[in-house]
Design a protein around this ligand. Sequence first.
Ligand code: HEC
Length: 232
Amino acid sequence: MNDSNRHPDNNRPRRAPSGAGSDGLSDGRLVEVHSQLAREKEEPAAGFSLTPIFVVFLFCGFGFWAGLYLTRNSGNFAPSAFDLDAPKLPAGGEVFVFEPSAEKGQVLFNANCAACHQPTGLGVAGMFPPLAGSPWVAGNEDRMLKVILAGMVGEIEVKGAKYNNPAGMLAIGAGLKDGQIAHIATYVRQAWGNNAEPVMDTKVAEVRKAIAGHKAPYSPPELLKEHPLGTK
Ligand code: HEC
């Protein structure tokens, strides 16, 4: 193959232009030689080499591991993953289902309510009304939940006897969790011959939210108007 096709300059007659010096390096020749040298040089490539393939594998492997790690340990990015008191997801990943427990409720009742209403649920004559057989406890669950969450003050009649404790009942439930209150309410509704349906934690949460603006304790007439005795 004829090189002249690619480098026509190479075949130009190397004749010094008129006026060239004795060493033959005229300006024109100098430029020509320089351009020739420049052409023969390799492309400038400081330290260039292909990425080693193992680095590519390493990188992909790391990405895969990171994905696995997140899938296993992110807790679905739920804020409750960092709440140590939150109910644990059982192994296997089934969703946690709240089960109202009268046994847990009894323990919580004895710690939070029994000082006044007594472990027998019979209360104290003239001071603390009974919960055993009380129509306030049965039927509509909102009524008792509101008493527990916001407290109640004012004369009340339970099972034919009047009570007018000046201190009333404090908002005990404000310091308890939804699940704890649900256990207590379930126990109270099923102990001492009471026979009403259990209460779910979601119901407690619903009532707590609904009465968030109700800072003061309820009065018995106010609650009876919202939830008359004997209604479901
Ligand atoms: C500091 C004493 C005290 C504690 C503790 C207390 N209560 Fe009461 N409770 C009262 C008083 C007093 C009343 C009556 C309020 C009124 O006069 O309006 C009452 C009324 C009630 C009533 C409605 C009336 C009835 O007899 O059915 C329910 C239901 C009730 N309490 C449930 C509870 C539960 C559940 C707890 C625990 C979470 C609790 N109470 C803790 C003092 C207390």
